[in-house]
Design a binder for this molecule. Structure first.
Ligand code: NAI
Ligand code: BAL
Length: 503
């Protein structure tokens, strides 16, 4: 047990930052405090398997305290009391601060999550800033309509903030998911109680210092802790009026149940996937190979939209597989602070065990390990980039989300064959199609069950473009103007101009 509220990180020799100290207490009312139970959770660096910090193990009581702070801010300084243009300005200030602190934030992300520092800098932090800035732009543009019913009556709609919002995020893109949640909720005038993942809480804690420079106390509150404690307290809270979650389909279901059993709060869920990546025989081969490797091995396969099932048309299967194999073997698996690393470790021991269990199931069920299939090195939670072939659709590796550097490559005959195969999962998050024939690519795009379809590319996520799943991949959309609908309550006001009283 420890009540020390500071993280003191040291970075490997040769890195531009030597060390970093910052607060890690529960962030409530722009102040830091220990958990009410006084307990902490160990945070480990997955590339080195070392304890790097301790953060508070929050409780339901701490969530109550955070909700109270958020409600007070909502009733006094935020919501409709703070005009949209001012909320937008503050979001843009936070975006600027993220950019000014890119080195610190990316270094923390690399140590805490294990992803390559260079990628964290160029992608995670810069996209997080871009997302906050994008929603800063929306803050004074989200408004209702005038509805002219007839000459005697009109109505207006107002898009009001909802109030206190609960948010729960995972560990694969810790800072980026933080920004995806904060941006639209704050732009619309809500106050937030957010739980960051217990395995990767540090970049959000660093960011709280920046939040405290910009936002009034209570507008954003960060409570760390376990899912079945803090997460459950958020999703079942009677005064939290909406909950947004990113994570597993299993937990998404639990959150919906908790919301239904408490105050029927609306729920948005961004869940798992088993996304098909379809390569037709007329595709640009080099491009298809390169995007496909990126589509799965980016972030060590720990992406909800990872292209984990590749379907290759029979006539080009051998050539594609040979080129993909060479590409995958050329990717550097390594420490996050090495300049050329691309594939990092699994983010936790638990995730490492889950991935290796999936690899074992593939072997046991008779699939062929074409590349990899083992642990990489003996320090940290690295796994060799792995390709399975000779896979049948009923195998676990073809159906279940692995969330690691494990790819399944299968053949297909023609359009109808591949559409049936692509849609044969409970998920519907993303899909990609590689073809030079735009008519064919669009036919398939219209037929796959997926919330996002990429044509001749993969893993493109932009703040302006909505993202979310069909089927058991989720409910609602994040990003773009669509995300604003999650965070506003529409009020219709009827105005009588000359309509006579009916009695
Ligand atoms: N859609 C996505 O981006 C993600 C999907 N996943 C999928 O989930 C699998 C399991 O990973 P986990 O970390 O165990 O995911 P998870 O769904 O358990 O964790 C995500 C977040 O939910 C919280 N949580 C856990 N139990 C909860 C509960 N009962 N009530 C409220 N919140 C709760 C966690 O503390 C964390 O903050 C992965 O292998 C992957 O398939 C995981 C992370 C992100
Ligand atoms: N959860 C959104 C981004 C991703 O996991 O790919």
């Amino acid at each position: 047990m420890s009540n020390n509220l500071t993280a003191s990180l040291t970075f490997p020799e040769g890195h531009s930052l030597k060390s970093l100290d910052f607060p890690v207490g529960l962030f409530i009312n722009n102040e830091y405090s220990p958990a009410s139970g006084g307990e902490t959770i160990e945070v480990r660096a997955p590339a080195f398997d070392k304890v790097i910090a301790h953060v508070p193990r929050g409780t339901a009581e701490d969530v109550d305290r955070a909700v109270e702070a958020a409600q007070k801010a909502y009733d006094t300084v935020w919501g409709e009391r703070c005009p949209g243009h001012k909320r937008g300005k503050l979001l843009m200030q936070l975006a600027d601060l993220f950019e000014q602190h890119v080195e610190q934030l990316a270094s923390i992300e690399a140590l805490d999550n294990g992803k390559a520092y260079n990628i964290a800098k160029a992608f995670d932090v810069s996209e997080a800033a871009a997302c906050l800035r994008y929603y800063g732009g929306w803050a004074d543009k989200e408004h209702g309509k005038v509805i002219e019913v007839d000459n005697s009556k009109m109505a207006i709609t107002k898009h009001e903030p909802i109030g206190v919002i609960g948010q729960i995020i995972p560990w694969n893109f810790p800072l980026l998911m933080f920004a995806w949640k904060l941006g639209p909720a704050l732009a619309c005038g809500n106050c937030i109680v957010i739980k960051v993942a217990e395995t990767t809480p540090l970049s959000a804690f660093y960011a709280t210092q920046l939040i405290a420079k910009v936002f009034p106390p209570g507008v954003v509150n960060v409570v760390t802790g376990y899912g079945n404690e803090v997460g459950a307290a958020i999703s079942g809270h009677m005064k939290i009026l909406k909950v947004a979650f990113t994570g597993s389909t299993l937990v998404g279901r639990t959150i919906m149940q908790a919301a239904a059993k408490s105050n029927l709060k609306p729920v948005t869920l961004e869940l798992g996937g088993k996304s098909p990546n379809i390569i037709f025989d007329d595709a640009d081969m080099e491009q298809a190979v390169s995007w496909s490797a990126f589509g799965l091995f980016f972030n060590a396969g720990q992406c909800c939209c990872a292209g984990s099932r590749i379907f290759v048309q029979e006539s080009i299967y051998d050539e594609f597989l040979e080129k993909l194999t060479a590409k995958v073997k050329s990717m550097k698996v390594g420490q996050p602070f090495a300049a050329d690393s691309f594939v990092g470790p699994a983010t936790s021991k638990l995730q490492f065990d889950r991935i290796t269990a999936h690899i074992q199931s593939g072997k046991d069920e008779g699939a062929k390990v074409h590349v990899g299939g083992n642990r990489h090195g003996d320090e940290g939670y690295f796994i060799e980039p792995t390709i399975f072939t000779d896979v049948t659709p009923n195998m676990r590796i073809a159906q279940e989300e692995i969330f690691g550097p494990v790819l399944v490559v299968q053949k297909f005959k023609d359009e109808s064959d591949v559409v049936a195969k692509a849609n044969d999962t409970m998920y519907g998050l993303a899909a990609a199609i590689f073809s030079r024939d735009i008519s064919r690519a669009m036919r398939i795009a219209n037929s796959v069950h997926a919330g996002t379809v990429w044509l001749n590319c993969y893993n493109q996520l932009n703040s302006q473009v909505p993202f979310g799943g069909f089927k058991q991949s989720g409910i609602g959309r994040e990003l773009g103007s669509y995300a604003l609908h999650n965070y506003t309550a529409v009020k219709a006001i009827h105005i009588n101009l000359s309509q006579p009283n009916p009695l």
